[in-house]
Design a protein around this ligand. Structure first.
Ligand SMILES: Cc1ncc(COP(=O)(O)O)c(C=O)c1O
Length: 399
């Protein structure tokens, strides 16, 4: 690895050079099973032929002009995103953090329209919203904020899943203007919103004229078995939604969508991005939506989720170190009773890509295009790796 790279990641000792579907190959041509998808990005797997064709055709036609002109694929993608989400308008960014920055700016404009000059956005403990200055301040993880003080102000924090805590905040503060929430906390330990939580937030937002802003960067684009995580609640529509990751299957694109009154907050000059929504990335994202629809991958995510979770539950039944298997769709967490970060390396050595989050939660985010056999292979391999590791740990404890 080059010493000229800034040291922002603890990298695993592997470099991948090629991929196809759920499989990756490293520089030594060793094969790996990718149950992580670049952390929820390559939902259609690697080198998907429709995506590769879209990239090549558009690269030969037109990659970039500017947002000071009309952009054909940007308009087409905005129309498709509005249709599948029920939202009204879209701003295109290049990443999830930037999509959330746009959301935070919308909340500030909403505040100023309401003549609130010290607005607060309610955010959650153990949340993750990105690494820019505003989004790291919104993030509920002190380790991510450390060293970057003074933090951007204007955020009030409550525990995730606790509707009463939000009501208490509402009683104490009359300058709250928005709530920013993940339908499932991914980085926070694969924690799905409890029953009634998102609907309860919607009701409070309506009561107090707050914007309900959902961060769907990890949960969006079919990952949970619906297009978007909020769609698991019948009839729910947020005011603002942020997207990225799976939207481009690996090309950098993010989006901030808004509905109703929030959709008309930005005016020319309020926000922008040089690269945001260029013809190349928008055509790819448009193709991602078309493939998910054509191949019925939302239904497939549900079926695969059941298959994987049932498999894991059967294999791990009676294993006291496994506390819980939880998640939504193909965002699956296996909660252990102990820190298990070293499993990432163990799995890598065994040819399987996984991730550990919140110290003791194995997170898998396999692609939506898995075959049944590949789903079973992920389960079999993961179970063996965890069992071997637990057996070794038990020996160490008894030594
Ligand atoms: C829920 C959520 N929001 C925002 C982000 C930040 O996205 P990006 O890394 O594209 O800036 C992430 C990334 O992991 C995320 O999971």
């Amino acid at each position: 690895m080059s010493t000229h790279l800034m040291s922002t990641y603890n990298r695993q000792p592997v470099t991948f050079v090629r991929g196809e579907g759920v499989r990756l190959w490293d520089e030594q041509d060793r094969e790996y099973l990718d149950a992580l998808c670049g952390i929820a990005v390559t939902g259609l797997g690697h080198a998907h032929p429709d995506i590769s064709d879209a990239i090549c055709e558009q690269a030969r036609t037109l990659i970039h002009t500017s947002n000071v002109y009309g952009v054909h694929w940007q308009s087409r993608l905005a129309d498709r995103l509005a249709a599948i989400s029920g939202m009204d308008r879209v701003f295109f960014s290049n990443s999830g953090a930037e999509a959330n920055e746009a959301a935070i700016k919308l909340a500030r404009l909403h505040a100023h329209n309401r003549q609130i000059d010290d607005p607060q956005i309610l955010v959650m403990e153990t949340s993750f919203h990105g690494r820019t200055l505003a989004t790291l301040a919104a993030t509920g993880n002190p380790a991510i904020q450390k060293g970057f003080e003074p933090l951007v102000g204007g955020f009030l924090r409550v525990p995730y899943g606790d509707l009463a805590a939000i009501e208490q905040m509402a009683a104490k503060h009359d300058n709250i203007v928005a709530v920013l929430v993940e339908p499932v906390q991914g980085e926070g330990g694969v924690r799905p919103a409890p029953m009634g939580y998102l609907g309860g937030i919607r009701a409070l937002c309506d009561r107090y004229d707050w914007l309900m802003m959902v961060d769907e960067v990890q949960t969006g684009m079919g990952r949970t078995g619906h297009w978007f995580g909020f769609q698991h609640v019948d009839g729910l529509l947020p005011d603002v939604m942020s997207l990225a990751k799976g939207l481009g299957n690996g090309v950098p694109i993010g989006a901030c969508l808004a509905a109703g009154k929030a959709a008309n907050l930005f005016a020319p000059g309020n926000h922008g991005s040089t690269f945001g929504g260029n013809p190349l990335v928008c055509r790819v994202a448009h193709t991602v939506i078309a493939v998910i629809e054509r191949d019925q991958l939302l239904q497939r995510a549900v079926t695969l989720s059941t298959r994987i979770r049932t498999g894991l539950a059967a294999e791990f039944s009676g294993e006291p170190a496994i506390v819980e298997i939880r998640g939504l769709g193909l965002l699956i967490g296996i909660v252990l009773d102990r820190p298990c970060g070293e499993l990432v390396r163990r799995a890598l050595d065994a040819g399987l890509l996984i991730n550990v989050t919140a110290n003791s939660v194995i997170r898998i985010l396999p692609p939506l295009v898995l075959s049944d056999a590949e789903a079973d292979e992920i389960v079999t391999r993961l179970v063996r790796i965890v069992r071997d590791w637990l057996a070794e740990n038990a020996e160490q404890v008894s030594d």
